[in-house]
Design a protein around this ligand. Sequence first.
Ligand code: NDP
Length: 252
Amino acid sequence: MSDPSAFSRVGRRVLVTGANTGIGQGIAVSIGRPGREVVAVGRSSMAETIEKVEAAGGRVVSFACDLVDGEAVKTLIDRVWEKYGPLDGLVNNAGIIRLAASVELSEADWDHVIDLNLKATFVLSQAYARLAYERAGRIVNIGSLLSFQGGIRVASYTASKHGVLGITRILANEWASQGINVDAIAPGYIVFNNTEALRADADRSAAIIDRIPAVRWGIPEDIGDAAVFLLAPASSYMHGAVIPVDGGWLVR
Ligand code: NDP
């Protein structure tokens, strides 16, 4: 067997988008250990994430960016690289969902979701690869169960998350030979802001739990642990893979 630390030894500096809360925060906390720096990117205060990562012995630097601001997104990776040094990994986590029947979904809600969930993921990956080409690197994209399934009343979200899987695959194809791994995680139902309304609905919540073989909702750290694996040497021969972390939902 290879060195067990190969499963946890992520690079020194990893950028995580949307790291102030939810799954992004869980990923930051899982990465944040002594000797590691998380570059926490988003538009809200990273105070809580800083506190949690520092408690685990890691370090966080925060970098403000609204990821639907196309111009800011284009230059983000270059600006971070210049300010803090090379990035060993990029985790494209920030994402939103908009609920509406497809006949009613507004163009604004379509654009907003696609711009953040899909376009920013591609543009950041492109900018990252241009710099990482010289030194290898890791990209982890956050998909969804709706990377595989249709869902209901979430057309722009489903389109964006199918797209995230698509670009994970094409970028893995193009960049594997340059030493850049591009993979994805498809989280199941995770306890956090995104699913608050769902959990508050007793009937829906019970129906969801009933369908999950693991009989529980996931927690952000479940996704964090999978992200660490995809950033660590143990997954170095994985390119274009998607790991469902869903308590078994997809195989039910
Ligand atoms: P949250 O709503 O808790 O967090 C979303 C994150 O995205 C926040 O950090 C938010 O920052 C950030 N964000 C939103 N808009 C922007 C923007 N314009 N610029 C920069 N950052 C922005 O969601 P989750 O933690 O649940 O979701 C994280 C990812 O996981 C998403 O991609 C989501 O689609 C995916 N996912 C979540 C599942 C779940 O069950 N929770 C299931 C499957 C996938 P701010 O606080 O400032 O808005």
